[in-house]
Design a protein around this ligand. Sequence first.
Ligand SMILES: [Mg+2]
Length: 185
Amino acid sequence: MAIKAVFLDRDGTLIVDKIYLNDVDKIQYLEGTFEGLKILSDLGFKFFVVTNQSGLARGIVQIENLDKIHAKIKDDFAREGIIISRFYYAPHMTDSGHFSRKPNPGMLKYADYDYGIDFKNSWMIGDRMLDVEAGHRAGCRSIILEGTEKVEESNFKPPEYIAKNLLDAANFIRNATKTHSQHLK
Ligand SMILES: [Mg+2]
């Protein structure tokens, strides 16, 4: 059976965007991250982190540091009972247009190949419109976290919701999920 997923951008969504983060000791979680993921986990969603990391192509981020950063995030969440199924990252240049790099849906599609995703009942959460667009291209609904980018300045289709933080996003998904299941009765 296909699983329902929440795809999570990393920088500016789970953790503070340090711009080409390359040091595991500089991870700083954003407000509402743990609370939000707990709610979504209890709703039965599986988590996938999907992160553009052009710092790798630029030589600013080293793969061994990226691995350490992702291992630390995974451990920090696991200690709170939050399981990240997999981290996907796109190492390609900003202008590469690579299928893996958001706004393209490659990383979400790989999760589908690896796990089987019910995209219609899945969500993408990020702080940029390219996250929103990647979610839409895969067939998910998308939520943007406010503060980084203005929705109205983008040519991409707007998100289904603009959230204050991950906790707000999770509450929106909980309500949307409730409405949906009531509708089915
Ligand atoms: Mg981001």
